[in-house]
Design a protein around this ligand. Sequence first.
Ligand code: IDP
Ligand code: MG
Length: 140
Amino acid sequence: MAVTRTFSIIKPDATRRNLTGAVTSKLEEGGLRVIASKRIRMSKEQAEGFYGVHRERPFFSDLVAFMMSGPVVVQVLEGEDAVKRNRDIMGATNPADAAEGTIRKSFAESIEANSAHGSDSDENAKIEIDFFFAADEIVG
Ligand code: IDP
Ligand code: MG
């Protein structure tokens, strides 16, 4: 299995409850390395652009408002098979369906306020990394 990269967001419900470290620990304990990280407030343009694939979904405007409701931590993660590894560490979108020990099972408040984002393919990981990070911000 190759070492690859993925993109992660620690969402506002987690930063609000001071879980930045706890979420990051799960990523690190799962074999991922944080090679870039910054704490930001998402603009409306960023939140709408980032979740553009969900524009037609009924929850889109709530999701955009949620992602702007507090600081988030955007991260680039590196490790063996990083996209799948991160999805496994996060657990299912709905915390009610997430496996024991996953980020979402442990921390999520709801299907919307589910504490973490992770890219769903290598292709989308690259698009999402480039959306938030300049090349010289990815420092290893
Ligand atoms: P994912 O984050 O597990 O990849 P997606 O289907 O890509 O899940 O949805 C993106 C985000 O939109 C979810 O993480 C969650 O915050 C929100 N979301 C997804 N489905 C629902 C829903 O049915 N109601 C409210 N929010 C949702
Ligand atoms: Mg998704």
